[in-house]
Design a protein around this ligand. Structure first.
Ligand code: GLA
Length: 409
């Protein structure tokens, strides 16, 4: 009997390992066209983006996937229900674009939907999952964003079971055809009938940090990453709203499984330098996929400095893949702690107030046992901090952060 149980456990473990064996252990990093360019995607844009990402050494920081979001497709399907790229936007087709980005060391990503139409009204992959997965794989695409679009398809009353069946159909097709493809699910809570942050669609159940995880309990088994919110925009208010809606999701995160609070808006809109720094830092400690969303062909130096902060990226890419949790929340100061390998940890102190604050925080508030000899490093100043006494004192500007890496000496 015991033998039988052990055997079943082994089979289950093997299944999980083989089902998701795309080798993407840490959060995917790259660029996605949507935040900045919406449907205005083209071969030239993608090539120029790849060139710029190479030139600015973004590739050396780990930014690897270049993802074309919605709008790359032609308005109708081709022969045998194949997806066609819009001929005007992509005159040489997707395959040659894959060759182009591959030659520079990147992988190409693409977008489709488990509906008849995508959110932008282009043909989706519903019922054609195997055909389209094969097509993506034949082209050499290594990342598929799969976006559930009920409103566009007037399907708002679909059951969770049905939605899950559709998401699984693409999961199974990709796993069978090319398991090295990253499967990025974007359903925002529809499976459970809940849309975080979108009041108009919300059912009566109140989403709290205690029950929020139930919205996405099915996701780690299917996707490398799954969207946990509705769409981001480049405003401080929205970024804070998304941050709040990540509370309670940390235990879903692990190697090859990531909550996705949406693509980065760093460098977009009117975010201040402090806000850009906070947004990037928070996504890093949330162990979120780092998908750049600005026009990387024209990045101001101070923004480039943010997105290439290797010490912060190392925190995001830590192999333990644990997502930070909030451990302190008082007077507009919030502290998040992310456990790292080798008993190290990252601590992010966020000042949400609209004014600078002088802080005297107990090391204890940061989760630091002061009896232990520790090394504290400020990841924005790139300097070690001397630990003297029970307190750390600092000043943090409005909407800014301090990020520390704490390790034993
Ligand atoms: C949805 C997604 C966005 C983007 C658009 C494209 O709104 O949430 O990230 O992919 O669709 O139409």
């Amino acid at each position: 009997m015991k033998k039988k149980i052990r055997c079943s456990i082994l089979i289950i473990v093997l299944c999980v390992v083989t089902l998701k064996s795309n080798g993407q252990v840490t959060p995917p990093m790259g660029w996605n066209s949507w935040n900045k360019f919406r449907f205005n995607v083209s071969e030239n844009l993608i090539k120029e983006t790849a060139d710029a990402m190479k030139k600015q050494k973004l590739i050396d920081c780990g930014y690897r996937y270049i993802v074309i979001d919605d709008g790359w497709q032609s308005k109708s399907l081709g022969k045998d229900s194949l997806l066609l790229a819009d001929e005007k936007k992509f005159p040489n087709g997707i395959e040659s674009l894959v060759d182009y980005v591959n030659a520079l060391g990147f992988e190409l990503g693409i977008y489709s939907s488990p509906n008849k139409l995508t959110c932008g009204g282009y043909p989706g992959s519903l019922g054609l999952e195997r055909i389209h997965a094969k097509q993506f794989s034949d082209w050499g695409v290594k990342f598929v964003k799969y976006d559930y679009c009920p409103a566009r398809n007037k399907e708002k009353s679909n059951s969770g079971e049905l939605i899950l069946k559709r998401l699984k159909a693409m999961h199974n097709a990709l796993s069978d055809i090319d398991s090295s493809i990253v499967y990025a699910i974007c359903e925002k809570g529809w499976v459970s009938g809940q849309i975080p942050n979108a009041r108009s669609y919300r059912k009566q159940i109140k989403i709290t940090p205690q029950n929020r995880k139930e919205l996405f309990h099915w996701a780690p088994e299917l996707g490398t990453m799954w969207r946990t919110t509705n769409d981001i925009n480049p405003t401080w208010g929205k970024i804070m709203q998304i941050l709040d809606s990540q509370e309670g999701l940390a235990t879903l995160s692990g190697p090859d499984s990531f909550n996705d609070p949406d693509m980065l808006e760093v460098g977009n809109g009117k975010l201040t330098l402090s806000e850009n720094r906070s947004h990037f830092s928070l996504w890093c400690i949330l162990t979120a996929p780092l998908m750049l969303g600005s026009d990387v062909r024209n990045i101001p130096d101070e923004i480039l400095e943010i997105i290439t902060n290797k010490e912060l990226i190392d925190i995001n890419q830590d192999k333990l893949c644990k997502q930070a949790e909030k451990i302190y929340d008082e007077n507009g100061i919030e502290i998040f702690l992310k456990p790292l390998l080798n008993k190290e940890m990252a601590v992010c102190i966020l000042n949400r107030a609209d004014f600078a604050q002088d802080l005297m925080l107990k090391w204890e508030d940061l989760g630091v046992d002061e009896e232990e000899m520790i090394l504290v490093r400020d990841l924005w100043l790139h300097k070690n901090i001397k630990k003297e006494g029970k307190y750390i004192s600092t000043k943090i500007d409005a909407h800014d952060v301090m990020v520390l890496r704490i390790s034993k000496n």
